[in-house]
Write a protein that binds this ligand. Structure first.
Ligand code: BT5
Length: 264
């Protein structure tokens, strides 16, 4: 169990991670972070919970966080530079995915990869989900909630997930210190957030993506698209060569590798 005092002491001195709001049990850390941001909580405010009863994924999907088994956190960011404003959602998504990979590798020695658009995979299974939510005040970006869920000792049952899932302890075969992981993750996020180079960010993100060049099915809101994952664009879009040969850009969806039997 996290102890609020230890948590405060461990995160003291970090710019992202102060002040920290700790909950033993909460609906969703993203919802709580939004509530706090609406009442003026500053950039860097962090919500951490031991358990989420209504954890959220993208498009209304559910995210499971049983007590004491995960990192469930939401950071409030208030990007101020005009360029960040315009491109922030994409850049913060890339930044979060990369920082999570770097933290997992530093703490566990496991290799972490990204699955477009932004799942973090360990041993080809999903170990982390990321949910970035932006709130605008008219045309101006007001704040962003960066929500991250890391499976540390909980591995969801296969029948409850759409994509194979895992947790860090199952892959590394030993206990993983959640507090240390949280601290390293916040440190990596801060380093990536401060370094302004969008070019390096895009290059690093692209280099970590799996399924590149592979035959895939992309599930989108308007139906499945079958093709080959050609590349990704700097704005985060997937460039897909359809089976017909046509190249298309896909902004949002779920990527699945096609099994040989699916290929005709
Ligand atoms: C995500 O959504 O992967 C983003 C999840 C973000 C969760 C964090 S936890 C802290 C913060 N507070 C919140 O309320 N949310 C954020 P998506 O790509 O839509 O994936 C959701 C799908 O992943 C579900 O439909 C399940 O199939 C699967 N899933 C649910 N719980 C899982 C888990 N613990 N591990 C692996 N897969 C899971």
């Amino acid at each position: 169990m996290f102890q609020p005092m230890t948590l405060n002491q461990s995160l003291a001195g970090l710019r992202l991670g102060q002040p920290v709001f700790f909950y033993r049990r909460i609906g969703s850390t993203n919802d709580e972070a939004k509530r706090l941001a609406e009442s003026g909580a500053p950039e860097g405010s962090l919500v951490v919970a031991e358990e989420q009863t209504a954890g959220r994924g993208r498009s209304g999907r559910k995210w499971m966080t049983p007590p004491g088994t995960a990192l469930a956190l939401s950071l409030i960011l208030r990007p101020s530079s005009p360029r960040l404003q315009a491109e922030q959602a994409t850049r913060l998504n890339m930044l979060a995915g990369l920082a999570v990979c770097e933290a997992i590798e530093a703490v566990t020695g496991l290799r972490a990869a990204l699955k477009w658009p932004n799942d973090v995979l360990v041993a080809k299974k999903k170990a982390v989900g990321i949910l970035v939510e932006s709130v605008f005040a008219g045309p101006r970006l007001d704040y962003v909630i960066l929500g991250i869920g890391v499976n540390v000792s909980f591995k969801p049952p296969p029948e409850q997930v759409q994509f194979p899932a895992t947790c860090l302890e199952a892959e590394v075969g030993r206990e993983v210190d959640r507090l240390n992981l949280l601290k390293v993750l916040l440190t990596r996020l801060e380093a990536r957030y401060r370094s302004a180079s969008p070019v390096a960010l895009y290059a690093d993100w692209r280099a970590r993506l799996t399924m590149m060049g592979e035959p895939v099915i992309i599930q989108t809101a308007t139906g499945d698209q079958h093709g080959r994952m050609e590349d990704v664009a700097p704005d985060g879009a997937l460039i897909l060569q359809l089976d017909s040969g046509e190249m298309v850009r896909v902004l949002a969806g779920e990527a699945h590798l096609r099994r040989p039997a699916d290929l005709t």
